[in-house]
Design a protein around this ligand. Structure first.
Ligand SMILES: Cc1cc2nc3c(=O)[nH]c(=O)nc-3n(C[C@H](O)[C@H](O)[C@H](O)COP(=O)(O)OP(=O)(O)OC[C@H]3O[C@@H](n4cnc5c(N)ncnc54)[C@H](O)[C@@H]3O)c2cc1C
Length: 394
């Protein structure tokens, strides 16, 4: 098959998956990444069934199986009292109900695995240390200008461009969307803890979710149980400078001063906190002419539904599925892609924001929230998201 040629900008989880999915259909991909290496900061990622089924379809299931975990449940507790509020069924219930597992994984493991798959595809050329500066599109295709850190410039032509360049996407601007993401009043403290240091009460094969009016905390085992991934959300008026700024455990503990001793014990054992300010931007444009956007470039989303990477993976698979045989049909294919993705992305963004409000609710609303959780029970809590997890590429 004589395929089309694509420039995929950004080799994050979305860009790597898109390159792989397109190359497997016989298209030629130039995958352009501005970073010179792939050192992922230690942190975890939840891969719900809507994402895991796609990675399995791409042939990555066996490799993933060696590095993922599959928690049996989410245990939801109150930050102040430590009491269990409810549970969400995962493990075998998820797998049987949605036909694919709910996995947790170290981001570096997922990235390494995707990179290995990309490197073994002859149709993909991965170029590192090149930043996309400008994009021009016309009826014949697209032209990109790339620069290196030492000022070298080069141009590259392709039939179309896929912007997978993250929250601060340059390609999004080239697609005509000028609005920038907004800070949403929360900062994520992220860290990993050696499993030997995890308090025994929190060391099971489960995800912990702690809710309180000043923030919430999520933790789950990654790296075959060798590490506990911890994310503590702190509500704040202003974002922290830069990405992955180091955080002082003392400051986090004082924010969570009224937390139950078990949670304070856990948070106090960590000495490698990195801070990450949370932004989002309601999705409006996912395609224009010969440019398509995916993942955070298209729809930066708060992590309160654990769906940012999952959406990027869905986008990548959907893009590959709508791709035509002829370059002339790319603009129509891209608008079909947008019509299949936009509404779902917006819904996920809105649900993630709502989750933030529910997780951080004051006494009145949290009373009602807790009652609902108890009434629904573990499987009912999972079923609330059947629209999300039960995903098939149209
Ligand atoms: C605290 C936290 C927890 C999270 N937990 C989960 C979770 O459990 N499950 C989940 O599904 N999601 C989760 N997410 C969200 C998820 O991490 C992101 O949504 C996802 O990684 C986005 O992937 P991406 O490929 O779209 O973008 P990115 O991973 O940001 O990749 C973009 C890439 O583009 C490159 N780039 C940028 N500009 C250029 C340029 N001009 N030229 C060339 N390259 C460029 C960047 O260097 C980068 O490599 C979480 C996020 C946070 C903050």
């Amino acid at each position: 098959m004589s395929g089309l040629s694509f420039a995929v900008v950004g080799a994050g989880i979305g860009g790597l998956t898109a390159a792989l999915a397109l190359a497997r259909q016989g298209h030629a991909v130039m995958l352009i990444e501005r970073r010179t290496g792939f050192s992922e900061v230690g942190a975890g990622l939840q891969l719900s069934p809507n994402a895991s089924c796609i990675l399995i379809d791409l042939g990555l299931g066996h490799a993933l199986q060696r590095v993922v975990g599959e928690p049996e449940r989410v245990v939801v507790r109150a930050i102040g009292s430590g009491k269990t509020i409810g549970e969400v069924a995962q493990g075998s219930f998820m797998r049987e109900r949605f036909g694919a597992p709910y996995w947790v994984v170290h981001r570096a493991d997922l990235q390494t695995l995707l990179l290995d798959a990309v490197r073994s595809q002859p149709g993909i050329r991965l170029v590192m240390g090149r930043k996309v500066e400008t994009i021009e599109t016309g009826p014949q295709g697209a032209e990109l200008t790339l620069t290196t850190d030492n000022g070298l410039r080069e141009t590259f032509r392709a039939d179309a461009v896929i912007g997978a360049d993250g929250v601060w996407s340059k390609v999004r601007q080239a697609a005509g969307m000028r609005a920038l993401p907004s800070f949403r009043g929360s900062v994520a403290w992220r860290a990993t803890l050696d499993h030997r240091q995890v308090p025994a009460a929190l060391a099971g094969n489960e995800t912990g979710l702690w809710l309180g009016s000043k923030g919430h905390v999520v933790h789950y085992p990654i790296a075959n149980g060798r590490l506990l991934n911890i994310v503590a959300i702190e509500r704040r008026k202003h974002p922290v400078e830069g990405w992955s700024a180091p955080g002082e455990a003392k400051a986090l503990l004082s924010h969570y001063a009224s937390a139950t001793p078990l949670l304070k014990d856990l948070l106090g054992r960590v000495d490698n906190w990195l801070l990450w300010s949370l932004f989002d931007l309601p999705a409006r444009v996912m395609a224009k002419d010969r440019i398509a956007l995916l993942g955070d470039a298209a729809h930066p989303v708060l992590p309160f539904l654990a769906q940012g990477a999952a959406l990027a993976i869905e986008d990548a698979a959907t893009l590959a599925a709508v791709m035509p045989q002829s370059a002339d049909e790319i603009p129509q294919a891209f608008s079909l892609y947008e019509s299949r993705r936009l509404e779902r992305a917006r819904r996920v963004q809105a649900e993630a924001r709502t989750n933030g409000r529910i997780y951080h609710a004051g006494p009145l609303v949290s009373f009602g929230r807790n009652r609902v959780m108890q009434r629904l029970g573990p499987q009912g809590m999972t079923e609330r998201y059947s629209w999300l997890y039960d995903f098939k590429i149209a």
